[in-house]
Design a protein around this ligand. Structure first.
Ligand code: UFG
Length: 415
């Protein structure tokens, strides 16, 4: 992780302690007062006009002297959703101020409340607006009233099956509304965006294309994937025409909850594998019968007959957004990156791991295949490692145990 320090930098006692707890040595953080390029240790480098403090993908909190601190103010759309809220939390804990937009169709007001608290604890500025991204007047005013440095755009629908049944919903909500948001950004001269794209833009790649590289042809097989690919294409045109710099993050299978238990995954209805296994575990542990985990298909052309996916912890994903923002802030060009662990687990393997982690003998029924599930999707994450300096740190067990912690506690009472 990089922390940008522009101008005068000091490291106060509190921040020094936090930095130490994150694994920085005294040497790394013993500077204070004005930092000029000639003063810096090898841990600090100069990029464009910014001093960049880098240390083994770990973050230190640095405070910047005076009122005119160059903290970045990031507009986060869909900040009350699953990935949006975890990323907003990460940004607030890592030196950013944020402005959030959510229309609360799918977002959770409890997540927004928690983010507000997290902002306060971290001395970060936090403003939230209950606005739809297609409300041009409202969004235009938000850009006018707040100095926004960059946008991180999550707000979207993301259910493959629903997109097949109701494609207009996806093309309108995901593609058309994002174009409206981009137009407001252009009017406000905000030209940096990190965008939630998806592995679904690759469709069902040939076996010789696994692991999937960013150069693998994008051939989505459902309206959800197409709606996101169209935005990627629009962003390329916008770069040429208006100088929009975008980083598109193509997520593989995101799972897990905040390690500190403050945020979690709350979809209604829930369609994802790990939470569904855990809801079955919870019902079993409570002695409720008739709620088994449904395994969709066991005769796929994979080693154990069930689909193989690349699971990535939501906190690893959140950190990647921070790195992508940093890259754009440092004058980085438009780019796109796969975010996955680089290894695959079958549905059966995930189910067995969940039994081990929870200690519950989770009841199982085998169902028919779900329409449109490709047998194997595994990411090559080399490009993100090389160009963003990103490395996933959490295991499948971490994803399942943090999700189990969340689901067991049922903080927000949705199910
Ligand atoms: N599965 C089950 N039972 C369930 C839920 C899922 O057996 O109750 C199986 C699915 O059939 C699939 C695997 O578990 O084989 C993973 O399914 P998920 O629904 O958890 O995830 P998907 O791979 O279908 O989709 C996810 C995101 C999409 C994104 C895609 C990209 O939900 O938005 O990853 O790889 F497009």
């Amino acid at each position: 992780m990089q922390v940008n320090a522009i101008g005068n930098v000091s490291v106060n006692k509190t921040n020094t302690n936090i930095a130490k707890s994150k694994g920085f040595s005294r040497m790394d953080i013993s500077f204070s007062g004005n930092v000029r390029s000639k003063d810096v240790t090898s841990k600090l480098s100069k990029e464009n006009s910014n001093l960049v403090f880098t240390a083994n993908d770990k973050t230190a909190k640095v405070s910047i002297n005076g009122k005119n601190i160059d903290r970045k103010n990031i507009l986060v759309t869909g900040a009350s959703g699953y990935i949006g809220s975890h990323t907003a939390k990460y940004l607030l804990e890592n030196g950013y101020d944020i402005v959030t937009i959510d229309n609360y169709t799918l977002g959770n007001k409890d997540a927004n409340k928690e983010l507000k608290k997290i902002a306060k604890e971290n001395g970060a500025k936090f403003k939230s607006y209950s606005v739809d991204i297609a409300d041009s007047k409202g969004v235009g005013k938000i850009f006018k009233d707040n100095k926004i440095d960059a946008v991180v755009h999550f707000a979207a629908y993301s259910q493959v099956g629903e997109s097949v049944k109701d494609p207009y919903k996806y093309y309108l909500n995901n593609t058309a509304k994002t174009t409206m948001l981009l137009d407001e950004m252009r009017k406000a001269n905000v030209n940096k965006i990190v965008f939630s794209s998806t592995a679904a833009t690759y469709g069902d790649p040939d076996a010789n294309e696994i692991p999937i590289k960013e150069s693998t042809p994008q051939k989505p097989i459902n309206p959800y994937g197409k709606s996101k690919l169209m935005i990627e294409n629009i962003m390329d045109d916008a770069d040429k025409a208006y100088g929009l710099k975008s980083i598109r993050l193509r997520y593989f299978n995101v799972a897990g909850s905040a390690t500190d238990g403050r945020l979690g995954e709350e979809h209604n209805p829930e369609t994802h594998l790990i939470p569904n296994i855990l809801y079955a575990a919870k019902a079993q542990a409570k002695g409720e019968g008739g709620k088994p985990f449904k395994m969709f298909g066991t005769d796929y052309p994979t080693p154990d007959g069930t689909c193989v996916r690349d699971y990535i912890h939501v906190e690893d994903l959140a950190r990647a957004h921070g790195l992508a923002l940093q890259k754009l802030m440092n004058g980085g060009e438009t780019g796109f990156y796969n975010l996955g662990s680089g290894s695959g687990y079958s549905v059966k393997e995930v189910y067995e791991t969940a039994k081990d982690v929870t200690g519950v003998d989770i009841p199982l029924v085998i169902e028919d295949k779900r329409a449109g599930d490709p047998p194997t999707l595994i990411a090559s994450n080399e490009k993100a490692k090389e160009e963003l300096g990103w490395e996933p740190q959490k295991s499948l067990e971490d994803m399942i145990s943090s999700a189990w912690n969340w689901i067991k506690n049922d903080k927000w009472k949705k199910h």
